[in-house]
Design a protein. Structure first.
Length: 373
């Protein structure tokens, strides 16, 4: 609704035609849609996508030439026992392990193929084992495992070089931070969340320490144990046997997962019981509560003392009023007594005067006519 124009004002109205709406087709594009398609097509979670993005960023910053470690036992490996081999060591990445990017893994595999391919070795006059019995099969299996994010995580979960040990109470009693900081740092790799807080120092604030134990007591681990499945369902001869194998594998994984969570819980519980900061915070809290209790007791005592003083003041005031009233009553009584004495003396004096007057008059009996007083 337009407001009313003032006198002398001019109102100008512009009218334009509105263009008709046009229907267009749009397609989902962009990095986030691409990431969604990758996760859906490969049936992986967002955490895997984050891992790949981290690797891509690290790959962009890689300028150094990849250094591979020699693995002397490579030629002695049994391809049939590929599950027990160290895939990182096979590709010369034993020194990098889970920190190796996909670019580094592919580069390492390429270098190993160029060096150990059966055709090249055969051309050099080396005796080659025909079929899958040659050790080169171990290299092929290593890249198969490490180039697949799901399979790689399964292998990383049971990395034979990972130290699962948890320090005892005796180990960390005198050197708590030196004993426990490295343990928490190496176990932080299993976290599904980024930026796991570190143990900190003796000077860490209460908020930081509380946040640290809160994270670890609610630790969400991606570690799983499918790599240790003893039975392969692909070898089952029928559907029932495959279901039975899957059931056995699930039960074994659940047992190992429970043991892993108990291990982490033991680590956190032991650390919490030995952490000198916890004792300090508890002592500070106890002192604070005692001070608060003492302050409340002092305040209550002062309040009672104030009430007692007020009550005593009222009693004193009432006593003074009573004493004053008693004093006034006493004065009134004394004055009345004094006046009574005065009256008594006056009566006595008048009586004496009367007696004196009677003595000087002639004798009379008071009964004879004419002798009335």
């Amino acid at each position: 609704m337009l407001i009313e124009a003032l006198e002398g004002d001019v109102t100008v109205v512009y009218c334009n035609a509105i263009a008709a709406s046009v229907q267009i087709e749009v397609e989902p594009v962009g990095r986030w849609f691409e990431a969604f398609l990758k996760r859906r097509n490969r049936n992986v979670s967002a955490s895997f996508q984050e891992l790949e993005e981290e690797e891509e960023l690290s790959e962009e910053s890689e300028d150094e030439e990849l250094q591979l470690e020699d693995f002397p036992l490579l030629r002695t490996l049994d391809p049939k026992d590929w599950k027990n081999q160290d895939h990182y060591a096979v590709l010369g990445l034993a020194h990098m392990r889970y920190k190796a990017t996909q670019k580094q893994i592919k580069a390492a595999h390429k270098a190993m193929v160029l060096k150990h391919h059966p055709d090249k070795r055969k051309a050099a006059g080396e005796q080659i084992v025909e079929g899958d019995g040659d050790y080169f099969t171990c290299i092929t299996k290593a890249i198969e495992i490490l180039s697949d994010p799901v399979k790689r995580r399964a292998f990383d979960s049971v990395d034979p070089t990972f130290d699962n040990a948890v320090p005892s109470k005796g180990e960390g009693k005198d050197n708590f931070f030196e004993a426990y900081a490295p343990v928490f740092e190496r176990n932080a790799r299993w976290s599904s969340k980024k930026h796991v807080p570190k143990l900190g120092t003796m000077d860490s604030s209460f908020e930081d320490v509380d946040n640290f134990y809160s994270v670890w007591y609610n630790f969400d681990s991606w570690r799983e144990f499918s790599y240790l499945d003893e039975e392969e369902k692909d070898k089952a001869e029928c559907r029932d046997e495959r279901r039975w194998i899957e059931k056995q594998n699930r039960a074994a994984r659940a047992t190992r997962k429970k043991e892993e969570m108990n291990r982490l819980r033991t680590l956190v519980d032991t650390a919490y019981s030995l952490d000198p900061r916890i004792k300090k915070f508890k002592d500070d809290e106890k002192a604070r509560k005692e001070n608060e209790k003492k302050a409340k007791a002092d305040a209550k005592r002062k309040e009672q003392e104030e009430k007692e003083r007020a009550r005593q003041a009222e009693l004193d005031a009432a006593r003074l009023v009573k004493e004053k009233e008693e004093e006034e009553a006493k004065l009134v009584a004394q004055q009345a007594k004094k006046e009574k004495e005065i009256q008594k003396k006056a009566i006595k004096k008048e009586r004496q005067k009367l007696r004196t007057t009677c003595k000087v008059l002639p004798e009379w009996d008071g009964l004879s006519p004419g002798n009335e007083l």
